[in-house]
Design a protein around this ligand. Sequence first.
Ligand SMILES: *[C@@H]1O[C@H](CO)[C@@H](O)[C@H](O)[C@H]1NC(C)=O
Ligand SMILES: *[C@@H]1O[C@H](CO)[C@@H](O)[C@H](O)[C@H]1NC(C)=O
Ligand SMILES: *[C@@H]1O[C@H](CO)[C@@H](O)[C@H](O)[C@H]1NC(C)=O
Ligand SMILES: *[C@@H]1O[C@H](CO)[C@@H](O)[C@H](O)[C@H]1NC(C)=O
Ligand SMILES: *[C@@H]1O[C@H](CO)[C@@H](O)[C@H](O)[C@H]1NC(C)=O
Ligand SMILES: *[C@@H]1O[C@H](CO)[C@@H](O)[C@H](O)[C@H]1NC(C)=O
Ligand SMILES: *[C@@H]1O[C@H](CO)[C@@H](O)[C@H](O)[C@H]1NC(C)=O
Ligand SMILES: *[C@@H]1O[C@H](CO)[C@@H](O)[C@H](O)[C@H]1NC(C)=O
Ligand SMILES: *[C@@H]1O[C@H](CO)[C@@H](O)[C@H](O)[C@H]1NC(C)=O
Ligand SMILES: *[C@@H]1O[C@H](CO)[C@@H](O)[C@H](O)[C@H]1NC(C)=O
Length: 305
Amino acid sequence: MPLKSTGFLLLLLGCLRAAKMEEVHGMVGGNVDLSCISPEKKYFDLSKTLVYWQTKDNVLLNSYIPGEDTSKYVHLKYQNRTSLTLEKMEKGDFSLRLFNITTEDELEFACIVMNKSNAEFFFSSIVNLRVAANYSVPIVDDKTNNTEVIFTCTSHNGFPKPKVYWVNKTDNSLLNQSLQNDTFTTNEKGLFSVSSVLKITWTPNISIECCIENVNLQQNLTVQSSFLLSPGGSFNRQTITTPPNQLKPPEKTSNTVFFTIFGILLVILLMVVILSRKLYKKKHRYGDYTGPQGNRQMAETTEYI
Ligand SMILES: *[C@@H]1O[C@H](CO)[C@@H](O)[C@H](O)[C@H]1NC(C)=O
Ligand SMILES: *[C@@H]1O[C@H](CO)[C@@H](O)[C@H](O)[C@H]1NC(C)=O
Ligand SMILES: *[C@@H]1O[C@H](CO)[C@@H](O)[C@H](O)[C@H]1NC(C)=O
Ligand SMILES: *[C@@H]1O[C@H](CO)[C@@H](O)[C@H](O)[C@H]1NC(C)=O
Ligand SMILES: *[C@@H]1O[C@H](CO)[C@@H](O)[C@H](O)[C@H]1NC(C)=O
Ligand SMILES: *[C@@H]1O[C@H](CO)[C@@H](O)[C@H](O)[C@H]1NC(C)=O
Ligand SMILES: *[C@@H]1O[C@H](CO)[C@@H](O)[C@H](O)[C@H]1NC(C)=O
Ligand SMILES: *[C@@H]1O[C@H](CO)[C@@H](O)[C@H](O)[C@H]1NC(C)=O
Ligand SMILES: *[C@@H]1O[C@H](CO)[C@@H](O)[C@H](O)[C@H]1NC(C)=O
Ligand SMILES: *[C@@H]1O[C@H](CO)[C@@H](O)[C@H](O)[C@H]1NC(C)=O
């Protein structure tokens, strides 16, 4: 049965390009609601409704089959990590709450709501989860022998992979990326650390800034480091950490994407499904199937291909 259901879910995902695409943001260790709200129908008889939440690669997060405990179908990665709310589902809100987000959850998730009687889609949607973890405030070290200066900027345990920029604070220009050597490492949780080495020829009054950009948080963490020629003739080293200029990422950005070709494919597939179901019914009448009701529901829907 697992093999067959995989085939079934694969088929569904082929059609899902016609679905609405939404983006949500979550922090590592936090929770997020993956939204899936019926665009039209406002009341659902849950005894006649099937719900599937899965990844693009057919990993099942959760599903709802009337009268059945579906937790055995849920992938180990997502066991005890999600919840659906029946009261909300009746009102057309099939959003899935995902707990304790990890870096491996940065995926596209699909929600499929179907008519249990004929396996027709009521609707489906795709949610793109963007995962983030805060980088530590960067630290800049320097070494100089009055010929060249080597700056090293380090920051730890963030997500996704950061972008590192060095800025010449004298004229606020970005330094050529070819001057820097970035080394990235990941820990067991998939969090990134970075060490960026910048080598430049030594001049009086160097003022540079290291900038660690977290694209998903739209956050830049910056540290400024300067060698200033003091009136006395000696050099003062100075480090200024500026507070992160974090722009709150939008909780949700919604854009509806329609691919006409896939819409047509969906209609054709549904016709094939219904036709083959009729043929199948005539031939077998499900008579020789003895499994429990819920399993049969899964088995039925998987036979269509
Ligand atoms: C999920 O919770 C159940 C009951 O609390 C427990 O038996 C099971 O081991 C848990 N599964 C995982 C993968 O944590
Ligand atoms: C969250 O997930 C991490 C990594 O899988 C695990 O170590 C931690 O115990 C989990 N925390 C909770 C509260 O479940
Ligand atoms: C579900 O399918 C059955 C059988 O085709 C149909 O009678 C029923 O009206 C459908 N339910 C909804 C809510 O569309
Ligand atoms: C990320 O860290 C910075 C400082 O390190 C802090 O100001 C900011 O609130 C943090 N953001 C989140 C979302 O935790
Ligand atoms: C010190 O200066 C020499 C050139 O005089 C250069 O080759 C070397 O890389 C410099 N070392 C450091 C650590 O700046
Ligand atoms: C920074 O900009 C100033 C002014 O344009 C320039 O003189 C200096 O050489 C630049 N420093 C570096 C390291 O590029
Ligand atoms: C950066 O340096 C590389 C190699 O030194 C050079 O080819 C490139 O044109 C430079 N880019 C800019 C924007 O100056
Ligand atoms: C960058 O740093 C790594 C590790 O320190 C080193 O192996 C590599 O040769 C460096 N690359 C360049 C272009 O300097
Ligand atoms: C270095 O900066 C100091 C103060 O910002 C200024 O007085 C001095 O003239 C500068 N020296 C050079 C060589 O630019
Ligand atoms: C972060 O800095 C980079 C490089 O200067 C810039 O392109 C980007 O827009 C900045 N992002 C934010 C959120 O300030």
